[in-house]
Design a protein around this ligand. Structure first.
Ligand code: ASP
Length: 355
């Protein structure tokens, strides 16, 4: 998997002192209609033809593109590694990063990068669009320009929002708290359990008290991910065969179990025995809720008490996107169950609230 080398666009006549790296991965934002009417990626080096106002930003912009831009439905952990590596390798040369990405899996990629790039002290802003940049009513222009303004915003020489975030339709959200919630309207993302980091109106108003600016050391790249994970979504009528099939996946090491409400699941004997059997086999089971907001609180109801005693890990208010990508990283780095549980239940970069 490769990316194209730098393609430099200097957007001002004189040398600006802020440099931003734009990483174009694909997605609707950079697509055009082909002769058959299907959306295909366009050559991003022509971005200035589509958004001439980029020239007005006092920024030094560099664009790097995936060799083959993709619809984000095709993004996998290898692409997360590529994005993380592109940022890590060029970290010292830029003040901030804007990742152009399809909306479908943007929250997964933003979550993954937040874990893979530990001790981040520069902004990485993901954005995309619901309509291609070539469409007259496209949201691409505003999303891209504001994302660039956010990635370059500084106060007293320091970046204002040094987090992995998602900017979309006037809201800046913490990446590992975000979810795609809308496929038609422009307000595609939500962060139900954490306040927005900024709102863009006439001015961009940052909610500074919610932005994480503390770093404990130099930037560290975590590039190992273990994909031996599965999602077990609980639903009324779930069958023994279904649960068996998931648990029997060869080499499986972790399950993100999406339960009801505050972490509740059926209390049928067969169900609890199978979950117990999986835990006894050494499979890590992380309990998160299907609700958009709120959190898992194992033991609050009778229907979650047994999960706690079996050894299912309570995933608090982790989103599915954060849970699955964090589990991949933690499983790749740890073998010991207690260590895995401790890392999964302690926040790395604001992805979960402790109570
Ligand atoms: N299918 C597209 C993608 O995620 C949708 C989008 O870009 O918004 O790549």
């Amino acid at each position: 998997m490769k990316y194209n080398s730098c393609n430099i666009i200097t957007s001002s006549a004189y040398e600006p002192d802020t440099s931003i790296l734009i990483i174009y991965t694909g997605g609707t934002l950079g697509m055009v209609h082909n002769e058959d009417g299907a959306l295909i990626p366009f050559d991003f080096s022509s971005i200035l033809d589509h958004i001439p106002s980029l020239r007005k930003l006092q920024l030094n912009l560099t664009v790097m593109s995936f060799e083959e831009p993709i619809d984000s439905s095709n993004v996998n952990p290898q692409h997360w590694k590529l994005m993380a590596r592109m940022i890590y390798d060029h970290y010292a040369n830029f003040d901030g990063f804007v990742v152009l990405h399809g909306t479908d899996t943007m929250a997964f990629s933003a979550s993954a990068l937040s874990f893979m790039l530990e001790n981040l002290d520069k902004p990485i802003v993901f954005t995309g669009a619901q309509l291609p940049i070539t469409s007259s009513r496209s949201d691409a222009r505003e999303n891209l320009i504001t994302a660039l303004e956010i990635a370059s915003a500084k106060e007293n020489g320091k970046p204002v929002a040094p987090e992995v975030s998602i900017y979309f339709d006037s809201l800046l959200l913490r990446g590992n708290r975000s979810k795609k919630v809308e496929s038609i309207h422009f307000d595609a993302f939500e962060s139900e359990n954490y306040p927005s980091l900024a709102e863009a109106g006439v001015e961009i108003s940052f909610n500074k008290k919610y932005i994480n600016t503390s770093v404990k050391g130099p930037l560290t790249l975590h590039s190992m991910l273990d994909t031996s994970v599965a999602v077990l979504k609980i639903f009324p009528g779930i069958t023994e065969e279904y649960v068996d099939a998931v648990i029997a996946i060869p080499g499986l090491r972790g399950i993100v179990m999406e339960t009801f409400g505050s972490g509740n699941a059926p209390t049928y004997n067969w169900f609890l025995e199978k979950i117990q059997g999986a835990v006894d086999k050494g499979i890590v089971i992380l309990n998160i809720t299907q609700c958009l907001g709120g959190r898992v609180d194992q033991g609050r109801y009778e229907t979650s008490k047994d999960l706690e005693s079996i050894g299912v890990i309570g995933g608090a208010d982790l989103t599915l996107e954060a849970a699955i990508s964090k589990l991949m990283m933690v499983l790749a780095e740890e073998q010991n169950m207690a260590q895995i549980a401790s890392r999964m239940t302690n926040s790395i970069c604001g992805e979960l609230s402790s109570n």
